[in-house]
Design a protein around this ligand. Structure first.
Ligand code: G3H
Length: 237
């Protein structure tokens, strides 16, 4: 299992790099769960990140506007991201989500054939009217994306496991593996939950809050010691 850590600026990115994160996921929590950051922040973080470490960028909790989202995807790749995450927030069903993801995959590959595309749904999709998370593996596979992910849309202290039980998480990871693709799981995931995530077939664990001083994704800051502790645990699984 790989450890994806979500910094909001270069200072936090340095902490994530020094702590040994596998993927540096540039994000802007002020704009939501998968809030997009600015192109220059992605560019600056790419510049300070070792070449062999992937830089991910979230495109936002995106609307059902395939053109807008495809353009954002192109912007993220041009800014240096090699891992593009799309939060399928405003898409209400499989066909809307597929339309957005097909156009994102096309836009990304226009600029970088090797860039990785992640289709992300939300475990608490019912709270915001988004596409059912159990549809995400099929959306990822049919659109040509590389990973299917679930996160939580509302960050109110509830975790992934408050909305998906072990059986549904395992069903999600099994389905995406059957397509020959990978899974990513997030949602206020705690250190204690990491062994279970690995057991349930998670390929990439996405974390911000648990890597922050005080464990708060909004008021805290990522610290290399917290990242190193998480990485140590992930490596042992
Ligand atoms: O991509 C993963 C997210 O950044 C997870 O953030 P969180 O651990 O604060 O829910």
């Amino acid at each position: 299992m790989l450890l994806l850590i979500s910094p909001i600026n270069t200072q936090e990115a340095r902490e994530a790099i020094n702590g040994g994160a596998d993927i540096i996921d540039v994000k802007n929590p002020k704009e939501g769960s998968l809030g997009a950051n600015f192109p220059w922040v992605i560019k600056n973080i790419r510049e300070i990140t070792p070449k062999d470490m992937q830089v991910s960028a979230t495109l936002g909790d995106v609307p059902y506007k395939p053109g807008t989202v495809a353009l954002a995807a192109a912007g993220a790749v041009v800014s240096g991201a090699d891992y593009i995450k799309v939060g399928l927030y405003g898409t209400r069903n499989y066909s809307e989500a597929l339309e957005v993801m097909e156009n994102v995959v096309k836009a990304v590959h226009e600029f970088d054939e090797d860039a990785v595309v992640v289709a992300s749904g939300y475990a608490d999709a019912h709270r915001v009217g988004a596409v059912d998370p159990m549809d995400i593996p099929r959306v990822a596979a049919d659109s040509g994306a590389d990973l299917a992910m679930v996160d939580t849309a509302v960050k109110d202290g509830k975790t992934l496991f408050d909305f998906m039980n072990e059986e549904s998480i395992s069903q999600f990871t099994t389905e995406i593996h059957e397509y020959g693709l990978k899974s990513a799981l997030a949602g206020s995931v705690t250190e204690e939950q990491l062994p279970l995530l690995a057991e349930l077939g998670c390929d990439v664990a996405g974390i911000r809050g648990a890597a922050c001083v005080g464990g708060d994704r909004n008021t805290g800051h990522i610290h290399h010691e917290a990242v190193a502790k998480l990485k140590h645990l992930v490596k042992s699984l």
